[in-house]
Design a protein around this ligand. Structure first.
Ligand code: IPM
Ligand code: MG
Length: 372
């Protein structure tokens, strides 16, 4: 298969982690006989430095003519510490999501059996955790009207949702649930917010077309607590943009490190794959960043193009690196392995191994395979 991929490294540790993901893509390309055409473009602070624009026209054009986008991370402390900055790196990613119509952000959260002791939560609470967050990505408070009064003392961010925005992601969440444990939990704040009440009405109606899927509702404050008390109760969490942003960072702690979590952002015509983590400026250039989230984002990209065996090969190689302790310091403080070495190990394993031919993905993730 021939796939055109726009490579947007972004800021901070972005270039280092995507470099490892690219090694894995190249290993898949060679092992399975595909052609992945990668073209780089700037985004975020790196693009502001070069062009003054966090999403230059050429970058957007490249994304639009590609089959998929592989994204690193975005953000720079220079802008975080300057609330008056008008141009900000994050605007690049937000505009990209909007321009490409990536309304559905999918963030799977599973615990790796061999990493359970890394979690701040007790093993008996997290064992068996396996849920996926469907986060609406192009609406809500992120994209609502914003204003600041002339005297600078009053600020507004409004949260707007349309029935269409809710229904398009809700359908995808129900479809995903059908192939999983058949449960959707809509997380909202319907006891306070009008927009949440719209979500409830629309999602309730859509649920009627998926009779095999159970729908339940949970307020965001309770969901934030339930995630820590009983994460195994969740299968598919469906939620709006900002609640999904917050819950996915919280959820990442369950597995021990946000450095493990990949994501896919899907629209009608485009798809983007990126780690859930940010640009982690303190680690930039130190060869200590965890490349696994970016490499697993490649696995999601391959899944998206129905390259199941290829995706499985990537996941298995990641599991091997974890099993052998070839991991970054966020997973083992005494680790002597750097980002680059981990990328070499994982891509090397994709080339050498044929384990993916004999194992099904379900078993791998559940830790029932011989590898874990
Ligand atoms: C994420 C990030 C982004 C978001 C930032 C970088 C704009 O936190 O993808 O979760 O808030 O969506
Ligand atoms: Mg976030």
């Amino acid at each position: 298969m021939k796939i055109k991929i726009a490579l947007l490294n972004g800021d901070g540790i972005g270039p280092e982690v995507t470099a490892q993901a690219v090694k894995c893509l190249q290993a898949v390309e060679e092992t399975f006989g595909h052609e992945f055409i990668l073209t780089e473009a700037k985004v975020g602070a790196a693009a502001i430095e070069a062009t003054g624009d966090p999403l230059p026209k050429a970058t957007l054009a490249l994304c639009k003519e590609s089959d998929a986008v592989l994204f690193g991370s975005i953000g720079d402390p220079k802008y975080d510490n300057d609330p008056d900055a008008n141009v900000r790196p994050e605007q690049g990613l937000l505009r990209l999501r909007k321009e490409l119509g990536l309304f559905c952000n999918i963030r799977p959260i599973k615990v790796f059996p061999t990493l359970m002791e890394k979690s701040p939560l007790k093993k008996k609470i997290i064992a068996g955790t396996d849920f996926v967050i469907f986060r609406e990505l192009t609406g809500g408070i992120y994209f609502g009207e914003k204003s600041l009064s002339e005297d600078g003392t009053t600020a507004t961010d409004s949260c707007t949702y349309t029935e269409k925005e809710v229904s398009q992601i809700a359908h995808l969440a129900f479809k995903a649930a059908k192939g999983r444990r058949k449960k959707v939990t809509l997380v909202d704040k319907a006891n306070v917010l009008e927009s949440s009440r719209l979500w409830r009405r629309v999602v309730k109606k859509i649920a009627e077309s998926y009779p095999e899927v159970t729908l339940d509702f949970m307020f965001i404050d309770n969901a934030a607590m339930q995630l820590l008390i009983k994460p195994t109760q969740f299968d598919v969490i469906l939620t709006e943009n900002m609640f999904g942003d917050i819950l996915s960072d919280e959820g990442s702690a369950i597995g021990g490190s946000i450095g493990l979590l990949p994501s896919a952002s899907i629209g009608e015509n485009y798809a983007l794959f990126e780690p859930v983590h940010g640009s982690y400026p303190q680690a930039t250039g130190k060869d200590i960043a965890n490349p696994i989230a970016s490499i697993l984002s490649v696995a999601m990209l391959l899944d998206h193009f129905k390259l199941d065996e290829e995706s499985r090969a990537v996941v298995i190689a990641v599991l091997k690196s974890i099993k052998k302790g070839i991991v970054s310091p966020d997973l083992s403080t005494s680790s002597k392995y750097g980002t680059n070495h981990i990328g070499d190990f994982i891509s090397g394993n994709i080339r050498d191994s044929d384990d993916y031919l004999i194992l099904n993905k379900e078993n791998i993730w559940l830790g029932k395979s011989t590898i874990i």
